[in-house]
Design a protein around this ligand. Structure first.
Ligand code: URA
Length: 484
């Protein structure tokens, strides 16, 4: 028996070096053992294994490469809690020398097992992103945020960069039974395992979560099974808002009518906006085109087509009747849209609403949506500043916009600004010269262009603003005329 001693449960590099050494030395999987730290040996890399300088035939160092797909998979599988994960991976590594295409044989028992475990790990990471809840504390350096979490697999280090990006301006710690992650606003570091009593129990932020969850909970879309799938009961004990679930569920029928008027959470709350829950992170989307707007909604919340989901609170889908003859497409949700989950509810939305009214268009007859469904931004102090999406991000998100267009079948699609124009035309238009023209779209509807309402908000000169606004209203009136 040959034993390799690893530095920790997630010591991928240690496993890789040890496994490679054993493979080169021809140590059969039934003879290989991997052990984490501890007293048995002196903590060296190998016990009972001499350095693999003399290699038994037929192995030669230069023959021995493994596909990158295996390395990526192994990196994930190591994070699984199954005690035999090192052995499973070594078995695969052993076989890869003679079966270089093994990783493509997904019906193979070892491959299937490894893929399944990688999926479990990925799911555990998604759940962690979705269900970590920070609680406020104070220490000598001031405000700090601490969360206790019990991940299904060892995903603290894997998910820590997500929390770093998301909560850049806050000092936080995530404590888990496996280890802890710390962010001091400059450096991410990791520490030992923790216990639940090391994290504070309750604070006023609990009330925020409850309010937030209650106001974003959509009773019309209540699907208890899905909800429990996304938020398994095991996680509920650490979620303040979970206390509301039975109550909200029971009242869902009644609230369906009333929910249309439910106000968005107050964006001026002292709670950091960036700490709104990551409601989307739980499920990878399916690749078949959505057949209903509900499927679009669910798909957007689980979307991984581009990285923008990572720093947004949630995806923001279109809103309006499925029979709408006019579709208006903006660029992407802004700060307030990101928090409320509805398009055009912030300052640009107010400009749009007023102009629609002046043009004689009832917003409730229009389907209003965006080219990109997640808020792209960068932190600036406590604020989140809008960043224009790239054409790659627009292209990735066309999957959803095209689905909305297919399902709504509007007569006319009005694009607000160049990004929306790119999304409906497939090329970046010159808005100022092309506005007012009826452009034939691929699905037979009429495409129209106008400026984005935030362009009006940015114009410093009052007279220029009034002039631009007049043009905007005229474009809306022209769009109305196309509806017949
Ligand atoms: N700007 C947009 O383009 N869309 C919104 O939903 C809000 C602001």
């Amino acid at each position: 028996m040959r034993t390799a001693v690893l530095a920790s449960e997630t010591d991928f590099d240690g496993w890789r070096v040890a496994a490679r050494g054993m493979r080169l030395a021809g140590v059969n999987p039934s003879e290989a053992r991997f052990r984490v730290g501890g007293a048995e040996g002196q903590g060296g890399l190998f016990e009972g294994l001499s350095a693999p300088t003399v290699l038994p035939a037929p192995f030669k160092t230069e023959d021995f490469t493994v596909p990158a797909a295996f390395v990526d998979l192994a990196r994930e599988v190591i994070l699984h809690r199954a005690v035999d994960r090192f052995d499973l991976l070594y078995r695969l590594l052993w076989r890869l020398v003679d079966e270089p295409d093994l990783m493509k044989v997904i019906s193979d028992r070892d491959v299937a097992e490894a893929l399944e475990r990688a999926k479990n790990v990925s799911r555990a990471a998604h759940k962690m992103k979705a269900f970590v809840r920070f609680r406020q504390t104070h220490d000598a350096r001031g405000e700090a945020w601490v969360a206790w979490f019990e991940p299904a697999h060892r995903v603290v280090e894997k998910t820590a960069p997500f929390f770093q990006r998301r909560f850049t301006t806050m000092r936080w710690s995530i404590l888990t039974p496996d280890g802890s992650a710390f962010w001091d606003t400059e450096r991410l570091s990791f520490g030992p395992a923790a216990t639940r009593d090391m994290a504070p129990a309750e604070d006023e932020v609990e009330e925020f979560w409850k309010t937030y969850y209650a106001s974003t909970f959509n009773p019309a879309r209540l699907k208890l099974k899905t909800m429990q799938g996304e938020m398994p009961k095991a996680y509920w004990k650490n979620l303040p808002e979970a206390a509301l679930i039975p109550e909200l569920t029971a009242a869902s029928q009644v609230r369906t009518e009333a929910m249309v008027n439910t106000p968005a959470p107050d964006p001026n709350t002292r709670f950091s906006r960036a700490m709104a829950p990551d409601l989307h992170a739980a499920r990878p989307e399916a690749d078949s085109p959505p057949k209903t707007l509900d499927e679009v909604e669910r798909g957007v919340q689980a979307c991984r087509r581009c990285p923008l989901y990572r720093d947004a609170t949630q995806g923001v889908c279109g809103e309006g009747p499925s029979s709408a003859r006019l579709m208006i497409v903006g660029e992407q949700p802004g700060d307030q849209e990101d928090l409320s989950g509805k398009p055009f509810v912030g300052p640009a939305g107010q400009v749009l609403d007023a102009a629609l009214e002046e043009a004689g268009i009832d917003r409730s007859d229009v389907y209003v949506t965006n080219a990109v469904k997640h808020f792209k931004h960068e932190p600036r102090g406590k604020r989140r500043l809008h960043k224009t999406p790239t054409s790659g991000e627009v292209q990735a998100c066309r999957w959803w916009l095209d689905a909305e267009r297919r399902l709504i079948k509007p007569k006319a699609v009005l694009a607000l600004g160049a990004t929306a124009g790119l999304a409906i035309l497939g090329r970046k238009p010159a808005v100022m010269t092309e506005r007012g023209r009826a452009l034939a779209l691929d699905d037979g509807s009429v495409g129209l262009l106008t400026v984005h309402p935030s362009y009006l908000l940015r114009l410093p000169d009052k007279a220029a603003r009034a002039e631009a606004r007049r043009g905007f209203v005229e474009d809306l009136i022209a769009a109305r005329r196309h509806l017949g």
